[in-house]
Design a protein around this ligand. Structure first.
Ligand code: CTP
Length: 477
């Protein structure tokens, strides 16, 4: 068996080995840390399995490292955690586990290292390295995890039906690891996901979303979503997305396959932005298309899909237990506006259209443009280049306007209160009309973007409506 002593560079391993020796206890580093170490990926979470009590061992380590107060004990789970110099150390006693069919809570009994490895999710996560003096650095690999790492395979150590039935969240973990590492799920393991998919019903929404967020944050989230779809999990987790699948043909005309287009847009966004919520906006940008699809005059139309899509977001977020806060509002805004920039970029790109886009999108303008560009998935290279070029012009125009007289955080120089004070008005529709007229006139370039120009227009509009100012400019300013 391989010895990985040379890879255990962090002095913490030697300190742990020292405590293991002093207390005559067997200790192994196991799980994700070993997997990532062998893959050359940095990892700051270290899991240790102890032949004995994980809690007692953690307390001894706390003493050794002079940070006993940092040891957090989870007595119910028989584990203890310790944060030390930016890394997280978790200690658990080797266990044999079996699971109650109706919950993810294991029934825990003491066990050996071998028992513990058996109850882990995947062979690549069951690898353990000894920290014991007699075989320090020795790899324990009863399920050929090393070979699976080399062959890039996700496979359960036991019969996958048992592993997944024990903890159905592992089905999502399999997909997440496949997506993150670019690995293939072993055919038997993949078939077992499809077979056991209904067991997801005992997993909390929070855990599901946690895994989904991790899939969203990989370099190619489309890989995860295709696997979720293939195994039937997507239908259970996000049924709205599976409705995007398929192509309808009428009178010989087919529309674009929206599911694959969506996943392409998601990957395009992921290639340039780590903003998870922008990635969610990409995932949901065409979510309403099946609801509004019509075949009129020999063409497929999807009128208003962006507005209807934005309206669907709260329902989807609520069902998924995604946050119902400003993040949701942001996704709604981007989905609702994702078609706004298209006519601007396709027609002559006027200052007023760009000013309006800047005003409406505000500080989310850059993100909106990222989605608009990602949405160009045409297979015709010429078309793609032309559209992308148009967005370059839009971006240039935004810069020009910002240098000239306009900020994306712009607010009209005169607000409703000012109008009410000037004319001694109560809140009314007329106040809103004057306010909008000032805003629109500046955005359309009809008047200058200055207080004076806005003030004069306000007086003119007041006069047209039979209003006289009760305060002059110096009193009101
Ligand atoms: N594990 C498991 N079943 C689960 C969760 C975790 O068997 N449902 C085991 C695996 O051996 C895993 C280890 O516990 O490697 C640690 O779990 P966790 O920290 O959640 O995952 P990592 O594998 O470390 O990967 P990551 O940190 O990327 O999530």
């Amino acid at each position: 068996m391989a010895n990985l002593k040379h890879k255990l560079e962090n002095p913490i391993f030697h300190q742990i080995a020292q405590v293991a020796k002093e207390s005559n206890t067997k200790v192994y580093v196991i799980g994700g840390y070993v997997r990532d170490l062998l893959l050359g990926i940095p990892c700051k979470d270290l899991d240790f399995v102890i032949a004995g009590s994980g809690i007692e061992f953690a307390q001894k380590i706390g003493e050794k490292l002079k940070c006993k107060r940092n040891v957090v004990v989870y007595r119910n789970f028989g584990t203890a955690m310790l944060r030390y110099r930016g890394i997280e150390l978790e200690f658990v006693g080797a266990r044999k586990e079996s699971y109650d069919r109706n919950s993810r809570k294991p029934i825990v009994e003491d066990g050996t290292l071998d028992d513990d490895q058996k109850r882990r999710d995947f062979t690549i996560n069951a690898l353990a390295i000894s920290l014991n003096p007699e075989d320090f650095g020795e790899l324990t690999d009863p399920f050929n995890g090393l070979k699976d790492l080399e062959n890039q395979i996700i496979k359960t150590p036991l019969d996958p039906d048992i592993t997944f039935s024990d903890d159905p969240l592992r089905m999502l973990r399999a997909i997440r690891f496949a997506c993150r590492l670019g690995f293939t799920i072993h055919p038997q393991t993949e078939a077992a996901i499809a077979k056991n998919k209904e067991r997801m019903s005992i997993v909390s929404k929070e855990r599901i979303v946690d895994e989904l967020n991790k899939i969203m944050m990989t370099n190619n989230p489309s890989v995860g979503f295709k696997l979720l779809d293939k195994t039937g999990l997507l239908e259970l987790i996000l049924p709205q997305l599976t409705k995007l699948k398929g192509v309808e043909v009428k009178e010989g005309r087919a529309h674009k396959e929206i599911f694959l287009h969506t996943l392409q847009v998601l990957d395009n966004v992921a290639a340039v932005s780590d903003n998870m919520w922008l990635r969610y906006a990409a995932l949901f940008h065409d979510i309403a298309k099946p609801n509004v699809k019509k075949f009129i005059n020999n063409t497929w139309t999807f009128h208003n899909h962006e507005f209807i899509g934005a309206k669907m977001i709260p329902t989807i977020f609520k069902a998924m237990k995604l946050p119902l806060n400003d993040k949701m509002k942001y996704v709604q805004k981007i989905v609702g506006m994702h078609h706004r920039a298209i006519p601007i970029s396709n027609n002559e790109i006027t200052d007023s259209a760009v000013r309006r886009l800047m005003y409406d999108a505000g500080t989310d303008l850059d993100d909106l443009l990222i989605l608009c560009e990602a949405d160009i998935t045409s297979k015709i290279e010429e078309k793609k280049i032309k559209f992308l070029n148009n967005y370059k012009i839009v971006r240039r125009k935004i810069k020009e306007l910002e240098q000239k007289d306009f900020r994306r955080t712009w607010q009209p120089p005169i607000d409703g209160n000012f109008i009410m004070e000037t004319f001694n008005l109560k809140p009314s529709r007329l106040v809103g009309q004057i306010k909008d007229c000032i805003k629109d006139s500046i955005l359309d370039g009809k008047i200058e973007n200055t207080f004076e120009a806005a003030y004069n227009l306000m007086l003119k509009k007041g006069e047209e409506n039979g209003l006289k100012p009760v305060k002059n400019l110096s009193e009101n300013k």
